[in-house]
Ligand binder design. Structure first.
Ligand code: ATP
Ligand code: MG
Length: 391
């Protein structure tokens, strides 16, 4: 028996004329995510995409795992694809869904008929299939409002599809459908979650990480690779730029007031990140900042950081509590990596008494103490590129 995966678009369905483009991007993303498992053929009918494996030995369980993390999908299910003969359909429903039905006490049947030439209409398909299944699984009863299992029969052009209850998809929009943005990623809990959230809104990610060897170790960078590998399960491949940041940090430490060290450092990061973002055709920056979380994220400090940005800065965690962020990081499996204890460049030279209400003027004056512009350009120039693929 042939098996396929049926995929229901999420918000895509709302996009009118753009829908085709969105579907194309979604299919391209699914192809990428499934490519190492084998070849699939994709066809689109109404708001359903059918992914048909080209050979029988493809691991559909793993394929569904991967599809569950592709953005732009409202729901999906594995389905049996059979010829449009009603006896075959009944028999398949009984066999293909036997495990699910044996484990349930109530069910209902839903039918869709896009092939109007099929001799039975949807209500008859439901009635007949329900009757057949009640005969075959006498322990079951019908519950049309809140069934344990919904048996779906879809009569389409080429096949009839039979499947059980659908699995909820990752939601959001297909990655790449909203453009590209540059994620500033530390080794912490917040920034991987921020990247995940913006990828969910359809942004392709390119990442920038600031490393300050010898203060930060090789393992701290590896940790960022691992975090992005996890995010890439949702966003697809992420290009990572690792920026050498030691010289700039030492210059700030030696020349600027200690109480605004972090704010100045964050402004330097934004300057470098914008150069890389422009080079990468990314239209915005993404950070894991949240109001009031630390001294460098007070409103005043963020005004100082924002003052050097010419492009929009997306801060999807801005109004979230730490425990809300942690819940997402656990869901996307970044939490356990984030809490590994390697130094980040932010924790090097942290001031003992950071100023929580710095003003832009005060910070700009302090920055005049050294000629930072060539250093910023050089850091962007010397950044190292690594492609990070889903783990
Ligand atoms: P996170 O958990 O993401 O590390 P945080 O609460 O530790 O965040 P900060 O260290 O102040 O906060 O950093 C705020 C934001 O600045 C981070 O979310 C991230 O977007 C960016 N950032 C911090 N350190 C780095 C770094 N080494 N490289 C790139 N971006 C960084
Ligand atoms: Mg951090």
């Amino acid at each position: 028996m042939k098996e396929v995966i049926l995929i229901k678009n999420g918000e895509l369905a709302l996009k009118g004329l753009n829908r085709r483009t969105f579907e194309d991007i979604l299919i391209k993303n699914m192809k990428h995510r499934l490519s190492s498992l084998g070849k699939f053929t994709f066809t689109v009918a109404q708001s359903t995409i059918v992914a048909e494996p080209e050979s029988e030995d493809i691991d559909l369980y793993e394929a569904c795992e991967r599809i569950s993390r592709v953005f732009g999908i409202a729901a999906f299910s594995r389905a049996a694809a059979v010829e449009k003969n009603f006896q075959t359909i009944l028999k398949t429903a009984g066999e293909y869904l036997a495990d699910e039905l044996n484990g349930a006490s109530t069910f209902k049947v839903e039918a869709k008929r896009s092939d109007k030439k099929f001799p039975l209409q949807s209500p008859e398909i439901c009635r007949e299939t329900g009757g057949y299944l009640l005969g075959r699984f006498p322990h079951l009863s019908v519950d049309v409002h809140n069934p344990d299992v919904t048996v779906n029969v879809e009569i389409r052009d080429e096949y009839a599809f039979i499947h059980g209850s659908q699995i909820k998809g990752a939601g959001g929009m297909p990655v790449g459908s909203s453009g590209k943005a540059c994620l500033l990623i530390s080794g912490g809990i917040d920034s991987p979650v921020a990247g995940y959230m913006m990828a969910k809104r359809g942004l392709e990610l390119v990442a920038v990480h600031f490393a300050s060897p010898p203060y930060t170790s090789e393992r701290a960078e590896q940790k960022v690779h691992s975090l992005l590998g996890q995010v890439a399960k949702y966003s697809g491949r992420i290009g990572l730029w690792v920026v050498p940041f030691t010289d700039i940090q030492e210059k700030i430490k030696d020349n600027c007031p200690e109480d605004i060290f972090t704010v100045i450092m964050r402004r330097m990061m934004m300057r470098v990140a914008q150069i890389i973002a422009a080079r990468e055709n990314a239209g915005a920056l993404i950070t894991g900042e949240s109001v009031g979380q630390v001294a460098s994220q007070t409103l005043h400090a963020m005004i100082c950081t924002e003052a050097v940005c010419d492009m929009p800065v997306f801060r999807p965690l801005i109004g979230m509590d730490k425990d809300e962020v942690i819940a997402i990081s656990r869901k996307i499996d970044t939490f356990d990596i984030s809490v590994l204890p390697y130094e980040d460049c932010c924790t090097v030279f942290t001031p003992k008494h950071p100023k929580t209400r710095p003003s832009v003027g005060y910070v700009e004056d302090a920055e005049k103490a050294f000629d930072f512009e060539p250093m910023v350009l050089e850091a962007a120039e010397k950044a190292r590129f690594i492609n990070i693929y889903a783990k």
